[in-house]
Design a protein around this ligand. Structure first.
Ligand code: ATP
Length: 297
């Protein structure tokens, strides 16, 4: 049996680090949403126990270090599955970019194998398993729009932003998430996101307020490591962005734009400056009835 699963990129509308915890991780508060730029994960059930993996990108591991491989291996172990799987990743999301590409591949593998192997696990159970692989995996299991707290595993579902275009641009250099967090001094943060106001703006579907409230405490740190982040922000505003922010630990910068024509013009103008540029739609909220639900992995 064979199935395909989409693994969309996420962007941060806000990212706050409240304090450093005793376990060394930062206590985070992030509003995240998914965009229509996705890897495709093909899963083919194997009668024997092997996990095979291949990816269209040479930038990601092709072995048991790949997060999709780790997800399959963990699920097999937890559920006592004897069958194996061939995993093929068609990589479209830029790597080491702040877009949670690897976490989303892991989450899509969990969702896909749940169907392929007929396990009948809930999203909550898949997210709990995913939290052992990486902090962003629980959010990626659910997708859509959510407030994520803790290391990212405590989730509250939110309404999707109003329909608009998202222009994503990734400078050629990637950055290491660990290096960026290593430079973060929570007591020295000058501008913090107004997370509650961002959530209220999402409930009101207030596009202008959402663009005004975009904020990420990691942005100044990554800007110092990768000056193209600042240049890209300036250029995006120059080309008519309604709001611009770096996603996650970067270095991808995204612009929100309400008109398709302006988004396309922005992509054309940025192409000479930046190797990876995309104009995509926000992904809608797939399940409105689940808004407000608190989910915890
Ligand atoms: P985040 O926003 O969650 O910090 P990111 O977008 O910055 O993630 P990823 O693209 O997930 O970063 O890649 C981070 C590292 O994970 C890379 O060094 C990459 O080699 C490794 N990796 C392992 N598996 C994958 C995968 N399936 N896709 C992408 N990267 C992977």
């Amino acid at each position: 049996m064979f199935i395909s699963e989409k693994a969309p990129a996420k962007i941060n509308l806000t990212l706050d680090a409240l304090y450093k915890r005793a376990d060394g991780y930062h206590e985070l508060e992030m509003v995240m949403t998914s965009v229509d730029l996705a890897d495709r994960i093909d899963l083919l059930s194997l009668p024997h126990s092997a996990i095979l993996l291949e990816s269209s990108s040479g930038l990601v591991p092709q072995d048991d270090k790949n997060l999709a491989y780790m997800a399959a291996s963990l699920l097999r172990k937890k559920m006592g599955i004897r069958r194996g799987v061939a995993i093929k990743i068609d990589k479209k999301v830029p790597v080491a970019a702040g877009l949670a590409g690897g976490s989303s591949d892991a989450a899509a593998t969990l969702r896909g194998l749940n169907r392929l192997w007929g396990l009948g696990l809930s999203l909550r159970e898949l997210a709990e398993i995913g939290s052992e692989i990486g902090s962003d995996v629980p959010y990626c299991v659910y997708g859509n729009t959510a407030l994520a707290k803790g290391r990212g595993e405590r989730l509250q579902v939110l309404p999707a932003p109003p329909s608009c275009w998202v222009v994503l641009a990734k400078p050629s250099q990637g950055v290491s998430t660990a290096d960026v967090f290593g430079e973060l001094k929570v007591d020295h943060v000058q501008t913090r996101p107004k997370t509650k106001e961002m959530m209220e703006a999402l409930y009101r579907q207030d596009y202008r307020a959402i663009t005004r409230l975009l904020s990420n405490v990691l942005e100044p740190i990554t800007m110092n490591m990768e000056p193209d982040v600042r240049k890209l922000k300036e250029k995006m505003y120059q080309f008519g962005a309604d709001g611009v922010l770096m996603s996650g630990s970067g270095p991808t910068v995204f612009a929100l734009v309400d008109r398709e024509s302006r988004a396309k013009r922005m992509v054309n103008s940025l192409k000479g400056f930046c190797p990876q540029v995309f104009a995509v739609r926000m992904l809608g909220n797939l399940n409105k009835t689940k808004q407000n639900a608190i989910v915890q992995a």
